[in-house]
Design a protein around this ligand. Structure first.
Ligand code: DX5
Ligand code: ZN
Length: 214
């Protein structure tokens, strides 16, 4: 699968409705929504009220990436705000299995996110519960950072793990994705690419989304 999920973190927050409508008309598949608490990551972005406004205008599924400590506390809030897919960090959950089940019980697709230093083999006993795994290809917290090359190895390792477990879980990559590394990531086995700066800082975002999907 070759899906693209543009990250609204790089959108113009003063013109969010305009940017969401541009994405509605584009070939993108999901809208990536980055929630940051200033504790798990050094940056603060926005919370449920903004997600609710995004939902009012979006015509595609909301792929909500929670960069917050103990995300299990907020699952129903994000469901109510309009999340379709909810991803939580392996590093931020003490009871990850419980959190994944709670996301499913709330009626959303569930994913686990790994920071660049977190090994894929740690998913051995949880991957069978996941609809997707998101591999961070930068240290989370900010858009516009440089892609970490080791991500290709992690995509391949995750692919092997999913095959061995016979698990149809989507592999998503987030951080520093651009037109140069996108084909290599898809080739390595990624299914979904998140792109913030590559889309919103380009002169023709819709064309860039089209090219990312090639
Ligand atoms: C980073 C966020 C990313 C970010 C990606 O912590 O999770 O989704 O917005 O932005 P780019 O594509 O610019 O690296
Ligand atoms: Zn993200």
């Amino acid at each position: 699968m070759k899906l693209v999920s543009p990250s609204l973190l790089s959108a113009d927050f003063g013109n969010l409705q305009r940017d969401i409508e541009m994405l509605n008309q584009s070939e993108c598949d999901w809208l990536h929504v980055d929630v940051m608490d200033g504790i798990f990551v050094p940056n603060i972005s926005f919370g449920q009220p903004i997600v609710k406004h995004i939902k009012r205008h979006a015509k595609k599924p909301l792929d909500v990436h929670l960069m917050i400590m103990d995300p299990g506390r907020y699952i129903n809030d994000f469901k109510e705000a309009g999340a379709d897919i909810l991803t939580v960090h392996y590093e931020a959950c003490t009871h990850l299995d419980r959190t994944i089940h709670a996301i499913h019980d709330a009626g959303m697709k569930a994913g686990v996110v790994l920071n660049p230093h977190t090994a894929v083999c740690l998913l051995e006993d949880i991957v069978q519960e996941c609809d997707l795994v998101l591999l961070m290809s930068v240290n989370p917290g900010f858009g516009g950072q440089k892609f970490i090359e080791n991500t290709y190895n992690k995509v391949r390792q995750l692919h092997t793990l999913c095959d061995r477990k016979n698990q149809q879980c989507l592999i998503e990559v987030d951080g520093g994705v651009n037109l140069q590394n996108a084909p290599l990531l898809f080739e390595a086995g990624a299914d979904v690419l998140v792109a913030g700066n590559a889309v919103f800082k380009s002169s023709d975002p819709k064309q860039t989304i089209h090219e990312l999907k090639q």
